[in-house]
Design a protein around this ligand. Sequence first.
Ligand code: ZN
Length: 286
Amino acid sequence: MKLIRVGIPGAETPAVLGLAGERFDVSSITADFDASFFARGGIADLQTRWDSGELRRLPTLDPHARLGAPISRPGHLLCAGLNYADHAAESNMAIPEEPLLFTKAPNTVVGPYDDVPIPRGATKVDYEVELGVVIGSTCRYLNSPDDVWSHIAGFVLSNDLSERVFQLERGGQWLKGKSCEAFNPLGPWLVTRDEVDLAGGLDLWLDVNGERRQSGSTNSLIFPVDVLIHYISQFLVLDPGDLINTGTPPGVAMGMAEPAWVQQGDVLTLGISGLGEQRTTFTPAT
Ligand code: ZN
């Protein structure tokens, strides 16, 4: 299944995407795709109702209405840094011996087609197309990477936007350059775990104003999804509905000989095979 959320920011309605693009309103079944939905086995419940045809008899939502992020605001928004060897090289940073983790503010999550304001004072805005993992059930001291899969709700297209001066030149942790307003466009869909085959690798790509900047495959992850989440669970408890950004392939502006930072008016288009596409326009600082 593909889960979506439809409507104005902060008041989205949960829905399931039909095979012909219909948006089946599931608000009579769950108030939102949030921690309590995932914790009570909401995906399995929806799958049963989908298989029986029940969902396809529900009312449908306006096909032109805004899509929000496909999950409500996560508790944790964690990211793996430098998780593709060629991206580490372009960043002039060593390949990490253990997963490098950092956080973004959870309120950076916005819809897949929402505009993003250039932050006040920003001069080095950058993009990072990433495979996002949504946690389905509590991950605490998982025994092995093999145990991870049953704790995953699904996968989502994520853009880990960054301001490199705030991140790297203003002291302290990366948080400042990663948590600016609207700096994590997410979606369009949450694709449930059963519909995503990571074994063959998923292709990732990102264009700026139609020019290809990033391309890669999740096959090149240094610490793949199962290893990464098993690792994280040794340090902290992941809750249902949490979001993990797994890292970005090469091609970010920071890695260019003459970095072409994102400017107001620029349009990013990006996608991951099977997980849909985003379109982000950058607006002036306000
Ligand atoms: Zn990233």
